[in-house]
Design a protein. Structure first.
Lengths: 286, 323
């Protein structure tokens, strides 16, 4: 029984990690409708910010997390202004190609600065051990991930649904012309929203380095799982991504536990079938 | 102009084309004898690129997983050969048939979805195929790749040697024949209809064109082309691994096509030549620099040369003629 719960929790926390990595994409791809394959590259950037601050500058792990968010958000805003803004209207193919170009280049830049080896960071003591609940022994870092994921979901849904900024974002996305006619500065809102989504990617990347490790291929590796989460969860739905990520994580870990040969195969099969019947995902906003 | 003669005028063979194909047949043998196996893999890439161009450039179907069909063709020819039938041309034919069948099944899904779902379904199918190839290792050799492929003499006469004379002659001949076929298709009324569907599917429906049927047809044809390209690679290199099906190959072929220019068959060929030769020359030193330049080139092409190198050249030529 306790093994089952431990495996389930393992899956859930892995799902929460996927969620943290993909929640930003559900903003940029889901809300803004921009096919942003560079998401993984921004996650990698956040990961390297945390790695550099902890291992090279000696900061405590938790203190680096806001910086992973902010640095990534600022750099992503720069990319948005210089590159991405020009191709919002020019179709998926151009968006796919340009953003995958960014991922290719990010591989080279990361390899140049940090080498091609795996990196990880030293965690503070209170995140390292296990928490014992009765017979259960759960790793504290994974509990931390679940808590952070829940926190971010609540804050993000709150911001997007109940604040003035959130209303402006939704207006700009739903009908840019009318929104700008009402006096909203669309390009600033889009840049901020993109920065928010990519900053979340950076935070996700920073939180991921202790479980997935970080190397220049990170941008490619996380791309497919985060795309699966967002496309299945439903475009523009934060809760949809949350549910899809949790399900995917549990399914992946439990699948590998029960049927080690076919686990990954089933995930792709489910994705294809779900998207065939629900092209906008399970909990689409539109 | 009368429609029939207009279509014929569009399809007229230009002297440049004849020069190009003679050069492609002769130059590698005469000047680059040491690079014949590279030349053969360029021809394979060009064929695969044409296959992607048929759906992406002409019909506007974006696929991130076209390597699935390439890999199916490669494994079909490879397994056939490893099980004792190494005759190359019948291997190609069987690979084309199997890939076309797979393409036919997939085409029912492809024509019903768009946008992100289309991208993710094509991507998912290629990952699915990769997983299958790894799992059924008694047929495919698993992640180590298929061993024991032995390609018989071409037409019973020419042996496939290490130098690649036969390999290049074989690959360029197959490329040429299928190129002529593709050229015939894109200049036919069917091909023109595909371009019309790409530009405005609502209007073609109103004009009575069966959009879905047409798109399915071109998807099956394209899958067969990709399968032949994969089979060629398997026969020439005598090895197949699961990466023949993978995302990396799909991405690379898309880069080649975009670089050369979509919606023009020579764009596909030119992109394959530039990409493969550049990779051979650059990635020998440092893999990461190669990735850096691919990234920059992609960004540059999307922003400034949306019709690729060939499209850019055509525009320059038109400007030159006007002034």
């Amino acid at each position: 029984m306790s093994t089952l719960i431990a495996v389930l929790f393992d899956g859930l926390s892995y799902g929460m990690l996927l969620f943290l990595l993909s929640v930003g994409l559900s903003v940029t791809l889901g809300l803004m409708n921009f096919t942003n394959l560079a998401h993984g590259a921004f996650a990698m950037l956040g990961g390297y910010v945390t790695y550099a601050l902890v291992e090279l500058a000696g900061w405590p792990f938790l203190a680096t997390l806001p910086f992973a968010f902010i640095v990534t958000a600022i750099i992503a805003a720069g990319f948005e202004v210089v590159l991405f803004r020009r191709i919002y209207k020019s179709g998926e193919l151009n968006q796919v190609l340009l953003t995958i170009g960014v991922v290719f280049a990010s591989y080279a830049v990361a390899a140049f600065f940090f080498g091609t080896v795996h990196h990880s960071v030293e965690l503070p003591g209170y995140l390292k051990g296990f928490v014992e609940i009765g017979a259960l022994k759960l790793p504290s870092y994974r509990i931390f991930l679940v808590v952070v994921a829940l926190l971010i979901t609540t804050v993000l849904v709150g911001v997007l649904e109940y604040t003035r900024f959130g209303a402006m974002v939704r207006a700009a996305v739903d009908n840019g012309k009318v929104a700008s006619g009402l006096g909203l500065n669309i390009s600033v809102i889009f840049a901020l929203t993109f920065a928010l989504g990519s900053g979340l990617a950076g935070l996700g990347g920073a939180l991921a380095i202790n479980i997935l490790f970080i190397d220049p291929n990170f941008g490619f590796h996380v791309l497919v799982p985060v795309l699966i989460v967002v496309s299945i969860g439903g475009l523009g739905s934060i809760w949809g991504s949350f549910v899809a990520a949790a399900a995917l994580g549990i399914f992946d870990v439990v699948g590998k536990f029960l049927f080690p040969e076919v686990g990954a195969f089933l995930i792709y099969l489910f994705m294809v079938v779900i998207l065939f019947f629900r092209p906008n995902g399970l909990f689409a906003r539109r | 102009m009368e429609p029939k003669s207009w279509i014929r005028a569009r399809a007229r063979i230009s002297p440049y084309e004849i020069v190009f194909w003679i050069a492609a047949a002769v130059i590698p043998f005469v000047f680059f004898e040491h690079y014949l196996s590279l030349a053969a893999s360029v021809a394979v890439a060009a064929l695969f690129c044409i296959s992607l161009d048929l759906i992406l450039g002409y019909a506007g179907i974006i696929s991130l997983g076209h390597a699935a069909f390439f890999g199916i063709g490669a494994y079909t020819a490879g397994i056939l050969s490893a099980r004792g039938w190494g005759e190359p041309i019948s291997g190609l034919a069987l690979a084309a048939a199997v890939s076309a069948l797979a393409g036919y099944i997939v085409s029912f899904m492809i024509v019903r979805v768009q946008h992100l779902a289309l991208l993710m379904i094509t991507l998912g199918l290629s990952f699915l195929m990769t997983e299958l190839a790894i799992t059924f290792d008694q047929f495919t050799g698993g992640s180590d790749g298929l061993q024991g492929i032995d390609t018989w003499k071409l037409l019973g006469i020419w042996k496939f040697s290490l130098w690649g004379h036969t390999a290049y002659a074989y690959a360029i001949s197959v490329l040429f024949i299928l190129f002529l076929l593709a050229r015939r298709i894109v200049h036919s009324p069917f091909g023109l209809t595909l371009e019309a569907i790409r530009e405005n599917p609502v209007r073609t429906t109103a004009l009575g064109a069966p959009n879905r049927g047409h798109l399915q047809k071109i998807f099956v044809i394209s899958a067969a082309f990709a399968g032949v390209a994969g089979a060629l690679l398997a026969q020439v290199s005598e090895t197949v691994s699961p990466e023949a099906l993978g995302f990396q190959r799909s991405a690379e072929i898309a880069v080649m096509l975009i670089l050369g220019g979509t919606g023009r068959l020579y764009g596909a060929i030119l992109g394959a030549i530039i990409f493969m030769v550049a990779r051979d020359q650059i990635s020998g030193f440092y893999l990461q620099y190669w990735y850096f330049w691919i990234g920059l080139i992609l960004i540059f092409v999307v922003l400034f040369m949306p019709r690729g190198i060939l499209g850019g050249l055509e525009r320059l030529a038109r400007i030159g003629r006007r002034s």
